[in-house]
Design a protein around this ligand. Structure first.
Ligand SMILES: Nc1ncnc2c1ncn2[C@@H]1O[C@H](COP(=O)(O)OP(=O)(O)OP(=O)(O)O)[C@@H](O)[C@H]1O
Length: 338
C-alpha cells in the first residue's frame, strides 16, 4: 500500500524574527504544523513562546519572516487569518456579570450564529468543559480554573479551524487541567481542529502533542515526536537485578562498562531504549547461563530532554498529571521477568 500523502500545513512559518529595543526575542524560527494535529512549543519562561503566538495570530508584526495560517498569508490577509483562528486569552474575555451560558450566547451573537445554533453550541461547550452545573451562575463567582475553562470555551464558539493556546494550563487545578486536555483531544479527533499550544511543562507536551519544538532563547533547538526527542538525550539504560553477588559480578564482567550496585544487586547497562539492545542483553545473559531476577528499561523523560536542551530544570505543574499509558511514560519503567 502506498504511504499516505503528507497532510497539508495548517501553519507554516519561515525565518520569524523579532526584537524589542535591540534585544532579539525570536531569532529565525521555522515551523510547520500539519492540519488536524497538535503542535507544542515547549520552552522555559522568556523563551519567546508568547511572542510567537502573538505573531502567528496577527496581534504583533514580525520584523522578518513569513507565515501562512489556514491557507492565508499572515502579512497580506490578516483578516482571513483572524477569521480562521481562535486564541485563548484574547478579548473579549469572560464577562463576570453574565452567567457561563450568557457569556457563550454573547459570543455566538458576535459570530452572527442563528439563535438555535448558538444555543446548541453553548450547550455542547458547557458539557465539554464540565461547566453544566454552573451554567446559570454569574462567572464572577467562579473559581479561577472554572473561569479559564469558560474563557477557552468562548474561543471555540466561532468554530475556529486553527486554535492557539498560550500556556493553557499554567496554574490550573488538576480537574481543570484534565478537562482542558480532554477538550483539546476532542477538538482534534472529532472536529479536525489544528492546535498550536505553548507550554513550559514537558508532561503537557508529552500528553497532547504529535510534534514538539523546544524553544530556547528565541531559537528552536530541537523538534520531533515525543519518542524521537527522548532518544536524543543520553541516560537511557537497562537495569538488571540478580539474586546474589556471584551472579552480579559474573554479569558485570560480561558487560564491561556498566554501573554496578552491590547493595541492590543491580547493574545498569547503557541503552538507547530500542528493542535490539534489549534482545542483545538477554542473549548475552542466556549464553552465559545467567538469570536476572528483574529487568527494567529506563528511557529518559521529556523532563530530561528539556533540561539537557535548555540547561534549566523542567518546571513542574502544581500537581501530578493524570496517569498515562505505560508505553508513553517518560520515565519508562516496564517490568519484565527475565
Ligand atoms: N512588548 C514587549 N516589549 C519588550 N519586551 C518584550 C515584549 N514582549 C515580550 N518581551 C520580552 O521578550 C522575551 C520573550 O517573551 P515571551 O513572552 O515571548 O516569552 P515566553 O516564552 O512566552 O515566556 P513567558 O512564559 O514568561 O511568557 C521576554 O524577555 C520578554 O520580556
Amino acid at each position: 500500500m502506498a504511504p499516505a500523502p503528507p497532510r497539508a500545513a495548517a501553519i507554516s512559518a519561515l525565518g520569524l524574527r523579532k526584537s524589542y529595543g535591540g534585544r532579539t526575542v525570536l531569532d529565525g524560527v521555522d515551523l510547520r504544523v500539519p492540519e488536524g494535529t497538535v503542535f507544542a512549543l515547549l520552552g522555559p519562561d522568556g523563551a519567546g513562546k508568547t511572542t510567537t503566538v502573538r505573531i502567528l495570530s496577527t496581534l504583533t508584526a514580525a520584523d522578518e519572516g513569513e507565515a501562512q495560517i489556514a491557507g492565508h498569508d499572515l502579512a497580506r490577509e490578516p483578516a482571513d487569518v483572524r477569521e480562521a483562528i481562535g486564541v485563548t486569552g484574547q478579548l473579549p474575555a469572560v464577562d463576570r456579570l453574565l452567567t457561563a451560558e450568557e457569556n457563550l450566547l454573547f459570543m455566538a451573537d458576535l459570530h452572527h450564529l442563528p439563535r438555535a445554533e448558538g444555543r446548541r453550541r453553548a450547550a455542547d461547550l458547557l458539557r465539554r468543559f464540565a461547566l453544566g452545573s454552573a451554567a446559570s451562575s454569574p462567572a464572577g463567582t467562579f473559581p479561577d480554573g472554572m473561569r479559564r475553562r469558560l474563557d477557552f470555551a468562548m474561543t471555540l464558539v466561532g468554530a475556529p479551524r486553527v486554535l492557539f493556546l498560550d500556556e493553557p494550563t499554567t496554574g490550573l487545578d488538576p480537574l481543570s487541567r484534565r478537562t482542558v486536555w480532554e477538550a483539546v483531544r476532542g477538538l482534534v479527533a472529532e472536529d479536525g481542529v489544528t492546535v498550536f499550544l505553548t507550554t513550559q511543562y514537558p508532561e503537557e507536551a508529552d500528553q497532547l502533542a504529535d510534534h514538539i519544538a523546544v524553544l530556547d532563547r528565541g531559537r528552536v533547538v530541537a523538534e520531533g515526536g515525543p519518542e524521537e526527542l527522548r532518544r536524543r538525550v543520553p541516560g537511557g539504560h537497562i537495569r538488571l537485578q540478580f539474586a546474589d553477588t556471584e551472579a552480579l559480578d559474573s554479569a558485570a564482567a560480561l558487560f564491561g562498562a556498566v554501573v554496578s550496585d552491590p547493595e541492590q544487586l543491580t547493574l545498569q547497562v547503557p541503552s538507547d531504549g530500542g528493542f535490539q539492545i534489549l534482545r542483545a542483553v538477554l542473549d548475552v545473559l542466556d549464553d552465559a547461563g545467567l538469570r536476572a531476577e528483574a529487568l527494567t528499561v529506563y528511557t529518559p523523560g521529556l523532563d530530561d530532554v528539556f533540561a539537557a536542551l535548555t540547561g534549566q530544570p523542567a518546571p513542574r505543574s502544581s500537581s501530578q498529571p493524570s496517569p498515562r499509558p505505560v508505553a508513553r511514560q517518560p520515565a519508562d519503567s516496564r517490568q519484565e521477568s527475565a
